[in-house]
Design a protein around this ligand. Structure first.
Ligand code: ADP
Ligand code: MG
Length: 331
């Protein structure tokens, strides 16, 4: 049983960055306004995600750690998903691949914590904590040397953690994010920080993109808006003259979820085809929002793939909206 759990867990949690993704998404689902991610040794010895969200009542802590237990949907509601999580797999998986402690305090409740190690849960104990949740994952993969071996250098793992956090920071401009390297112990060193952005959605997003991608992107970004048959597009795309060298700066989100999707990337390229040579990538941060039944996000828990029910509509929406914005800007 424990071995099977570890194998299943390895599908969801491949490296420290995938643990960070799951934990930060949980914090976002819990309506956190401030999220801190601390790591030591590339996240291999320590990951700690602290949020000021709704918390988990002491009595619910064991349930949160049970496989396929989720507070986010009931079985009938699978098509109507508005949260990141809905499978109830992340916490049990993390408890199977490392030493996991969850301390939490829900409004009006006592704080409590529980530790899971090698898939075995200890007792629920009282804890000292403000409202919110602190999830600590120690010694990731120490019980599975084969997986540990596949992790890259601390530097590479830190880079991957940073990418996950920056991507989610773009998706949630109203939330503050802090990334902290605590490898040396103590308070550590802040390596990335953004405060919650104020203002309407486009203003907040524009400011957030300036902080995450740099002011040069923000200054060269065209506001993108469009709608087609129930699919909505919003975001910013850079003028063709904006260059980040060889670096690809394409960030795509479907219903708030970061995705990598060939269809969307192809549409983006198609829209810029007349203005950019093949070896240059248009820079853009685009959000496609649609009723949940129009898109399947359930392809793979860790791969962030999506499948549109009407791919042609999604493609047409992007190409048309981008071409329109480029034309307005004189291209
Ligand atoms: P899922 O996110 O798919 O529901 P998880 O295993 O990630 O599954 O989490 C299980 C449950 O634990 C969640 O449904 C939620 O009720 C609770 N939970 C996890 N993290 C947090 C958090 N940071 N704040 C509040 N509740 C949380
Ligand atoms: Mg989750």
């Amino acid at each position: 049983e424990a071995a099977i759990n570890r194998i299943a867990a390895g599908e969801v949690i491949e490296r420290p960055a995938s643990a960070v993704k799951e934990l930060v998404e949980n914090a976002l689902d819990a309506q956190a306004r401030q999220i801190e991610i601390a790591y030591a040794d590339g996240g291999k010895t320590l990951l700690r995600v602290t949020d000021d969200g709704i918390g988990i009542a002491a009595g619910d802590l064991p349930l949160a750690l049970a496989r396929h237990a989720t507070s986010k949907i009931d079985g009938a509601d699978l098509l109507n998903i508005h949260t990141f999580g809905f499978r109830g797999e992340a916490l049990p998986s993390l408890g199977a691949v490392g030493r996991l402690t969850i301390a939490s305090r829900a409004a009006g409740a006592e704080a409590a914590e529980v530790t899971v190690e090698g898939g075995r849960m200890g007792p629920v104990r009282p804890a000292a904590l403000n409202r919110g949740t602190v999830v600590t994952l120690r010694d990731l993969f120490s019980a599975t040397p084969a997986r540990l071996k596949f992790l890259r250098s601390d530097r590479a793992e830190v880079q991957a953690i940073g990418e996950v956090v920056r991507r989610l920071a773009m998706a949630e401009p109203s939330v503050g994010f802090t990334l902290r390297d605590v490898s040396g112990g103590g308070e550590g060193r802040v390596t990335f920080r953004v405060a919650p952005e104020q203002g309407d959605l486009f203003d907040a997003l524009h400011r957030r993109l300036g902080r995450v991608l740099g002011s040069e992107f923000a200054e060269n970004a065209l506001r993108i808006e469009g709608e087609r048959e129930g699919l909505r597009l919003s975001g910013y795309a850079a003028l063709p003259t904006y260059s980040r060298g060889a670096a690809v700066a394409q960030f795509l989100f479907v219903n708030g979820r970061p995705v990598r999707d060939k269809l969307l990337v192809g549409a983006l390229r198609g829209a810029y085809a007349d203005f950019l040579s093949r070896d240059r990538h248009p820079a853009a941060v685009l959000f496609v929002d649609c009723p949940p039944e129009r898109v399947d996000v359930n392809v793979h828990p860790a791969k962030s793939e999506v499948r549109f029910r009407e791919p042609g509509v999604a493609r047409g929406l992007i190409v048309t909206a981008l071409r329109h914005a480029l034309a307005e800007a004189g291209h």
